[in-house]
Design a protein around this ligand. Sequence first.
Ligand code: FES
Ligand SMILES: [Fe+2]
Length: 346
Amino acid sequence: MAGWSSEFSATDIVPFTIMDEPLAIYRKEDGTLAALEDLCPHRLAPLTVGRKEGDELRCMYHGLKFAADGRCTEIPGQERISSKVCVRSYPIEEKHGAAWVWMGDAEKADVSLIPPISGPDSTEFAMVCAKFVMKGNAELVADNLLDLSHAPFIHESTFGASNMKSLKLMKEGETKRGTAVLERGVRADRWHAGRQSNPYFGEVPSDDRVISTFLVPGVFILTIHSYAPGVQDRLVDGEPAEEPIFRRCTCQMITPINDTESMFFYNFGPGVERSDLKEHAFAIADAAFAEDKAIIEAQQATIKKVPGRKMIMLAMDQPVLRYNEIYDGLRTKEAAEAAQAPAAAV
Ligand code: FES
Ligand SMILES: [Fe+2]
């Protein structure tokens, strides 16, 4: 993910770095997005300090102009333009109120791989969307989201959990409905029964159904539906037949900026029927994500001091291990395909 749709105006050229590659993202005249490498091939000045001219970008150092497909269309004072004078153009699509860039081979870009997040345009959840730079490797952020057993500790004061007591309650009240390994991620479907209150509207007991999906390359989608206590005894064909008393959703997208920094895009929102709680619910979640940020940044700083030190895996790390297998499998497959590609493609 390269940004929320609202970050791209009709006039600005927005800089954003993904995996150490600087991008210049802008809107064309028809409103669709374009993404070029943020680097004029002449003297390597950034195009983001250049000028948008219709669908093209002009470098404001010596005036070279580039089309949205990366071709150079003008060199001031020179007739012939070699096809070698060009910038890389990246496939970019807008969906669910967000911009998605494909960093790999352009011909392999596939819009069907854009994850089904609930964005600012969701008709189900009233979402508030935000982002911040996390000074941590993207995989540390993924590990954090894959293993929610950190909640009673890190989120002691935000998500209404209080240390060992709530961890014990969480475990005792937890029923696993299913943990599925997907082609491009993992999904867990659980009941957390016996909740006495929630941070959104107070002392309302509930049994919560928590469904979390984590997709490569770093997209987390979580929905929690709270039902009146005992709902698990009233299921019809394994599903609740009653309306939830409260539901909420959060989506979190991790985009690696470089080895030690990631952009953390996130949102949070109640079901549209309780949009009155939108700002209040987001503020709680926002404070919780700041707690994750603090620990991940501290973790990254420690890792820097002890390069090469291995981490240990515990029972709670099962989802992390499963996800890493899928991730590594896809990476290996992609590398093998690249190695087999005809040399002419280079
Ligand atoms: S650096 Fe861009 S035109 Fe010279
Ligand atoms: Fe967290």
